[in-house]
Each structure stands twice: as C-alpha cells, then as structure tokens.
Design a protein around this ligand. Structure first.
Ligand SMILES: [Zn+2]
Length: 450
C-alpha cells in the first residue's frame, strides 16, 4: 500500500517538475531520493506484514499428563504467546470446547502423546477465534478449569474427576458452541502410548522455560522471630535465634565470595514478620531464589538430620506434621486458624502454574541435600514436599531448610556451636554457588543455540 501511494506521488511530481524547469542537477538528486524511498517501501512492507504474522497467537502442540495429585489430568496447550481471550465450556458431559483468539500451526504436530482421557480432538474456526473441541472418553467425568501457566504462554486445562451428576448439571446449563461446518482438521492419528508425563516436561526444559534465566538476587528468610520463638530445644535453644545466626553466616559467605549476588533478608534482627509478608519482601526485591531457614523439633530426642522442603502436593503424614508446625506461625498473626493449611486446590494451581519454578526448586533442593550429606557430613532425611505458606507466597524458586533437630541434645549442641553453624552455612553457600554456575551454563547454552 505504502509503495503504491509513493509511486503515484512520484509520477505526479515528476510530471510537475518537467513543466517547471528546475535545475537539472536538483531534479536528478530528488529522483535518486525517491528511487530509494520506493525501493525501501517495496522491501520493508512485507517485513511489517510478517511482523503481524509473528505477533499472532499460535498453537504448536497439545500435550496431556496425569496430575501429580492423582485427581485427573492436565491438558497443556503450547502457545507461542498468551492469548488475550480464551475459554473452555462443557456443553456435553464428554465434550470440552476450548476457544482462543489465535491460530493453530502444523496440525500434524498437534497429536497428543498420552491419549487418555481424550478420545478425539477437532479443530475448527469459530466466530471468536479458533475452536478446539476435546471429545472425552465415555464413562469418565471431569470438571474443567483453565489457567495461564506462569511462563505466560501456555494455557492449562485442569481436568478434575467428578461425579456424573455434577458434570451433567453443568453441561445442561451450557450451550453448544456452533463451530464452522467443516472442521479445519480432525486428528485421527493418536499415538497410543502409556500414560506418562509429557516427555518435554523434563527438568531441562522447565528450567530453561523460565523467561528470565538470571540469578542476581537471593532472598534469605530466617524462620520465626520476635513474639514467635519457633521450636524450643532441650537446653532452651530458640529456633528463631539459630535460624537468624545461620542466615547471617550464609549472607556473609555470599557477600565475600559471590559479591555480584545481592543478598536480601526478610528479617535481620529479632522481629516478627508475617508468613506472606516474607514472600512479598522477596517478590518486591525481585528475588531469584528464596531460602527459608528453620530448625526441627519433635517429641523424641532421637530424631536427627537435615531436611530440605519444597512446596508441593506429594506429602506424607510426617510431611503434614512439619508443615503444620511451620505454618502454625499464623496463630501469631491474628488470622483465622483455617488459613493455616493450603488447600489441595491452591497447591494444584501452584504446581500447574509454577512448573518452571518448581523444577528449579527441586534442582536447588537436591544440590543442597548433596552438600549436607557429602560435604557437611550430616544425615539427610531427604528432599520432601508439603504445603508451606512461606514458600507459597514467594514467586520464585523456593526451599525451606530444616538444619537439624534441636530436640536432639547432640544435634542441638552442633547447631548452636560456632563450628556447626559455619559448616551448615557453608554447605548452603556451596549449593547456592553450584546453582549459580548451572544457571550461567544454561544461559550460555541458550545464547549459543540462538
Ligand atoms: Zn520453623
């Protein structure tokens, strides 16, 4: 369009310039400029149009995985960018209609790898954009909800098993979306593999999926504080004190040996900070890793060893006890006790939306666990998952560390000693250093592969 306008203007102007006798040199000069303008327009106009194509939301792939809580499935729609609008409706008990304002590309790649619980997928145009209809297996009933993944690109449809009546009640109230008469594509080629997680949802991919692969700010969160002493040891040791002492040692090591890494404390003296405020402090500082420092205590004097916790749903009864104790801070926060435990729903959404952060949390937790056992010579009680409030509010990879049991007289002595604290703090420091090196390696690989 631009080129055509320029061309018309050019011919009119050149006729005028012929009538009025300009100096010949001036005319030639103007012609040269016009020539280049036209040439530029011809070359750049398609580029602008191509930009439009690139900016369009497009769906590359669909994958399905069983949910880690065993309550259903997650359909992941791999989009290049977040759609402005998307919705899912369920007009029949076995039909989900997903619509988004974008296009699908490479239909042959849209084959969902694990087939269950989807029987068939139809893609068709609809007035509101592209429609994807999921035909579900007969006799299986799910409620569907959509979420935007934390990477802000993929749309997740969480399927939660429900009773036939529940699903039917919803379907009866929902109108069928009339798609275009002819489906754009009908996927018949469904690969029949065992139901395993999407092979692409591996650590490497999730780790690299984080949009900003940076490690510039570390948030150190000494547990408890002020009116909340945390656990009390056999000799009266307060958890809040050892947590702060070890936290400050970690910070000192980082300042000395990794000065480019900024250290932010959620508290650096004996004061009370709400659990969700701790996460917010980290978020405001744009933290890249959140480490919450605690010490364990149980009735038995025999239990000992370190534990590294991440937020997640795979929990045992023992995990539940630790989580209850660490979340119990809320009783100091003038809040309803029912706010103490994260609901399964909250955890599920967290897992769905934070797969990238979770993969990084698991990775760091394993580095730390290795340091505790191999370098610090501690007994590891493992990397575990539970619904910790303090980790839930931090929008970054996050772990909670239990340094050991102050209810065990030997371990209490170790944790309160100068020697013990420097060993524990340097183990955590070394894990941070290894994590930083891994991020830098991933960053380099990402840069060179571009
Ligand atoms: Zn604690």
């Amino acid at each position: 369009m631009f080129a055509v306008i320029l061309f018309t203007r050019y011919t009119q102007l050149s006729r005028d310039t012929l009538k009025i006798s300009y100096r010949q040199a001036d005319v030639t000069y103007r012609r040269v400029i016009r020539f280049w303008c036209i040439l530029a327009a011809i070359f750049f106009t398609p580029l602008f149009l191509w930009e439009d194509v690139l900016a369009q939301v497009s769906l590359d792939r669909i994958s399905v995985a069983a949910r880690s809580d065993g309550k259903g499935y997650v359909i992941r729609l791999h989009l290049n960018t977040a759609p402005a609008r998307f919705s899912v409706v369920q007009p029949e008990t076995n039909l989900l209609q997903f619509t988004f304002d974008g296009v699908t590309v490479g239909y042959s790649d849209l084959v969902p790898k694990p087939v269950s619980p989807i029987k068939d997928i139809f893609i068709a145009d609809s007035p509101d954009g592209t429609g994807i209809d999921f035909q579900l297996n007969d006799g299986e009933y799910y409620l569907a909800r959509t979420y935007l993944d934390a990477n802000r690109r993929h749309v997740l449809i969480a399927l939660t098993r429900a009773s036939a009546n529940e699903v039917k009640a919803i379907a009866d109230k929902t109108d069928l979306i009339r798609r275009g008469n002819q489906p754009v594509n009908n996927i018949t080629e469904v690969v029949d593999t065992a139901l395993t997680p999407d092979p692409e949802d591996t650590f490497d991919r999730l780790f690299n999926q984080r949009q900003t692969l940076k490690f510039e700010v570390i948030v150190i969160d000494p547990g408890h504080g002020g009116k909340d002493p945390g656990s009390i040891g056999t000799r009266g040791t307060k958890e809040k004190d050892v947590a702060l002492q070890v936290a400050k040692r970690i910070g000192a090591y980082i300042n000395e040996f990794l000065p480019e890494l900024k250290v932010v404390y959620t508290r650096d003296d004996d004061r009370f900070v709400d659990l969700d405020e701790r996460g917010r402090i980290g978020n405001r500082a744009q933290g890249d890793l959140f480490i919450s420092i605690h010490a364990n205590s149980v009735r038995s004097r025999n239990a000992y060893g370190t534990e590294v916790w991440i937020l997640g749903m795979h929990r045992t009864q023992e995990a539940f006890e630790v989580m209850k104790r660490e979340n119990s801070v809320i009783r100091f926060e003038d809040k309803d006790e029912t706010a103490m435990e994260l609901s399964q729903e909250q955890l599920m959404i967290y897992e769905l939306a934070n797969s990238g952060n979770m993969a990084s949390s698991v990775y760091f937790a394993e580095l730390l666990d290795r340091q505790f056992t191999q370098r610090a010579g501690r007994r590891s009680r493992g990397v575990k998952q539970a619904g910790f409030q303090v980790l839930y509010h931090a929008s970054m990879p996050a772990v909670l560390v239990e340094l050991g049991f102050i209810s065990n007289p030997n371990e209490e002595r170790f944790i309160t000693s100068d020697y013990g604290q420097s060993i524990l703090a340097s183990a955590i420091f070394r894990a941070v250093r290894d994590y930083k090196e891994q991020i830098e390696r991933s960053q380099q690989e990402r840069d060179t592969s571009r």
